[in-house]
Structure formats: structure tokens, C-alpha cells
Design a protein around this ligand. Structure first.
Ligand SMILES: [Zn+2]
Length: 450
């Protein structure tokens, strides 16, 4: 294992060095091209550009004008993940002038099913560098800028102000409000998308700048922190997030091509604003588009009364506090919980008991503790009939509830007590602290890691 880790780290290090070299080469090549371009040439684009972009330039209503606008545009992609990878790939391919990427994370194996600009060989490398390595292979003739940091109130102005258009490819409410506020203050249009499990949504915000609604107009209040489940835990299908990222690139290209980056002058304002909703597995149509209200009169960020300023954003807007932090679940008292070690001893002593695993069946089916009965927490929450529980009620011995990390299990154990499964306190009903993750760490490392 040590040897494998060592080799992986070595490869990641050399990949980073290689990425640096390629970046230097690209800069040198670009300087060379600029010298070439200064020689007498009577067409607005260079020969290599007609070759590369010809297939899109001949599309009716696109043309040379749109290509020149793309070449002069500077686009920022915030987040080099499931949305950012396909979005950046199509923007690079289409020939935007400057493409910037912001992300502080490193590539992980679990990213690869959807984050198509990364690769197995680049696991452990900065996502921004990994994506730029891929993008340079795709199109070495444009300028890439790497921002290997999370967008924060402190760097938002410095980064966003270098670009004309922003794509929000992040996956957390704190980033979404921050990106939107920065775009309002710096008058940049924003193409925002999200994807989760089998659905996604797409909105073009602050377009034209100074007119269209912002993220706060559409979502004035953040979702409750307990309800924010990332793709890491809730899952997402690769093509679903891919579709949304590709649509972001398309909206960006449309905006640039029709000259929509400029701030609106006078009365003519935003046309009809719509949210596009994609549902891969539903019974209805896969795509629906819903009309959206314009700007909110009382919007914190973009209304006439809003007193949000760049200085205010940097010094006194606390996005983490605004979005809230999920509190650790403490539904059970300490004496109602057992540790994985205690549960291990109970199993070793063969004492009669019921083990209830309340993870969703998709998680359960990938690996569980032998003998566990699966009753997903969603069925508890819906108040479904649970015949498996009635069977367990007829047996003797305590009931131990387990989930992924030890939150849902507390909620389920509390419900079981409320339903009378503890026989008025005579039978122990409690949960296993730390859940399957703790069990995997302390007892059975062969359980699949999720
Ligand atoms: Zn607003």
C-alpha cells in the first residue's frame, strides 16, 4: 500500500510539473503567434482560427462577428467539477479569448465518473491544473488563467473583475450567493446551474447587467442547512450534471455571440427570464422552462434600495452564517447510543438482538453488516407501513439502529421509541454512533467505501 501511495504521489507531482511546463510552452507559443499575427495579414482572424472555428462560424446567425466577440471575451468558470469540466471544455473549444478557472480542491477518484476533464492519472492534482492540462490539449490557442483557491469575499472582487461573464459551477449555497453578489456589484452576467441525482436547473442572472434578477431575487432565503445534501452523499448521474454544464456553456456562447455582455442602457430591460428544469427520470417531459419574476423590489443585493457595496461584501457579509451550518444531530442521549466497539462485542457474544440499517436501499445494497434489516429513513419520515418492524417487534432483545454516519439512526431510534418499540422502556432501542463509516474504520475495512 505504501509503495502504491508513494508512486501515486510521485506521478501526481510529475503531472503538476508537466502541467507547469505545458503552461510555459503555451505562453511562448502564444507570444510567437502574436509576432506572426502582426505581420501583414488581411483577414480579421488568423488562418489557424478559420480552420479551428470554421464549423461554427458557418452556422446561420453565428458568423464571423460572433467568433470575434468570443475571441474578445473573458469568461470565468467558478468550480472545476461536474458542471465546470464540460462547460469549460465547450468554451475552450469555441474559442473564448480568456478562460479562467477557480477551485481549491484536488482531483479524487470519486469525481471521475462526471468530472470529465480530469483523469485517473491526475488524481491528487489540483483540479484547476488538471482541467487546464486537458483544456490545453483541446485548444492550445487561447489564454487560460488558474485561480487555485476557493472564491471568498476577500478575493471575489479581484478575481471576478478580470472577466466579462461568470459561470457558477459550484455546489454549495454559500458560493452561489457570493458569486451572485459579486456579479451584481461588478455588473457581470451570471450563468448559474445546479445538478443533483437525476435532475438539474439552469438560470441566466443579471442579464443584461443591471437589469435581470440575481440569485437572491430567485432564492431570497437559503435552504435549511440540514437539507443541503451534496452530490458526495446524495449522488448524481454523470450525464445529468454533464447536460447542465454543456447548457451553461451554450448560454454563455449565446450571450457573448449576440453582444449581451454590455450593461443595459435606458429603459429597455431584461426580456422574459426563465428557469430551465431538467428531469432525467421523471414521467413528464425531460425539459421544462418556467417563467421567472424579474428583480425583487426589496432584494438585498440588486434592488434600488440595496446598500450592498464591494467593501461591505468583503468585510461584513458572512455567507456561512447566512446559509447556516447544519448542527450535529443530538436526538438521542448518550446512554441511548452504543459505540461500534460495543456492538462488535455484542455480536461476538451472539446475544439476541435486531440490527436495523436505515440507509436508503441503494446505499444498503452496496454493502452492509451481515444480518441487518434495511428500512430506509425516508420510509420513517413518510410514515409508511413498515411490516419488517412488526416482525422485529415480536423478537426479543434490543434494537440497534445504524445509518451512514450516525445522524439518521438517531432520528429513526427516536421514532421507534415513540411507536412503542421499547416496550415502555423495558427494551433497549438505540443507535450505533458513527454509523457504517465508523464500523468500516474500526471493524470491517472490506465494506465498500461510500
Ligand atoms: Zn436581486
Amino acid at each position: 500500500m505504501d509503495k502504491i501511495d508513494h508512486l501515486r504521489r510521485e506521478i501526481a507531482k510529475r503531472e503538476s510539473e508537466l502541467a507547469d511546463l505545458k503552461s510555459q510552452l503555451a505562453v511562448a507559443e502564444s507570444e510567437h503567434r502574436t509576432q506572426d499575427e502582426s505581420k501583414a495579414w488581411r483577414w480579421p482572424l488568423q488562418d489557424h482560427e478559420y480552420q479551428r472555428y470554421g464549423r461554427q462560424m458557418v452556422v446561420p446567425s453565428f458568423g464571423l462577428q460572433a467568433q470575434l466577440r468570443l475571441k474578445n471575451s473573458r469568461v470565468l468558470v467558478v468550480g472545476a467539477g461536474g458542471l465546470g469540466c464540460p462547460a469549460a471544455a465547450y468554451l475552450a473549444g469555441a474559442g473564448v479569448g480568456v478562460l479562467g478557472l477557480v477551485d481549491a480542491d484536488e482531483v479524487e477518484v470519486s469525481n471521475l465518473h462526471r468530472q470529465v476533464a480530469h483523469s485517473t492519472g491526475r488524481v491528487g492534482m489540483s483540479k484547476v491544473l488538471s482541467a487546464i492540462t486537458y483544456l490545453r490539449e483541446l485548444n492550445p490557442t487561447i489564454t487560460y488563467k488558474s485561480h487555485r483557491e476557493h472564491l471568498s469575499p476577500h478575493n471575489a472582487q479581484a478575481i471576478v473583475s478580470q472577466y466579462d461573464l461568470v459561470l457558477d459551477c459550484t455546489d454549495h449555497p454559500t458560493s452561489r450567493y457570493l458569486v451572485s453578489d459579486a456579479c451584481i456589484l461588478l455588473r457581470r452576467p451570471l450563468v448559474s446551474a445546479s445538478a443533483f441525482q437525476t435532475s438539474g436547473q439552469l438560470i441566466v442572472l443579471n442579464s443584461p447587467p443591471g437589469k435581470g434578477p440575481c440569485y437572491r431575487c430567485v432564492f431570497p432565503r437559503p435552504p435549511p442547512p440540514e437539507s443541503v445534501v451534496g452530490c458526495g452523499e446524495g449522488g448524481v448521474l454523470g450525464p445529468v450534471v454533464g447536460v447542465m454544464g454543456v447548457l451553461q456553456a451554450l448560454e454563455a456562447i449565446k450571450l457573448i455571440a449576440r453582444g449581451g455582455l454590455e450593461a443595459a442602457e435606458g429603459e429597455e430591460g431584461a426580456g422574459e427570464q426563465r428557469v430551465l428544469i431538467f428531469s432525467a427520470m421523471g414521467d413528464g417531459p425531460s425539459f421544462r422552462s418556467v417563467r421567472m419574476r424579474g428583480r425583487r423590489k426589496d432584494c438585498f443585493a440588486c434592488s434600488a434600495e440595496a446598500d450592498l457595496t464591494l467593501e461591505h461584501l468583503e468585510t461584513s457579509v458572512d455567507y456561512v452564517q447566512f446559509c447556516g451550518v447544519a448542527k450535529p444531530v443530538a436526538v438521542l442521549r448518550p446512554e441511548e447510543r452504543i459505540t461500534v466497539k460495543q456492538y462488535c462485542e455484542i455480536r461476538a457474544a451472539h446475544s439476541e438482538h435486531t440490527l436495523l440499517d436505515v440507509r436508503e436501499k441503494e446505499h444498503f445494497s452496496l454493502g452492509s453488516i451481515p444480518g441487518a434489516i434495511n428500512v430506509p429513513i425516508s420510509r420513517f419520515n413518510r410514515g409508511d407501513e413498515m411490516p419488517e418492524l412488526t416482525a422485529a417487534a415480536g423478537k426479543d432483545g434490543p434494537i440497534y439502529v445504524v445509518c451512514r454516519v450516525g445522524n439518521d439512526s438517531q432520528v429513526a431510534a427516536r421514532k421507534l421509541k415513540d411507536l412503542g418499540f421499547d416496550n415502555g422502556g423495558e427494551r433497549f432501542v438505540g443507535d450505533i454512533s458513527g454509523g457504517i463509516q465508523a464500523w468500516r474504520g474500526a471493524v470491517d475495512p472490506t465494506l465498500p467505501f461510500l
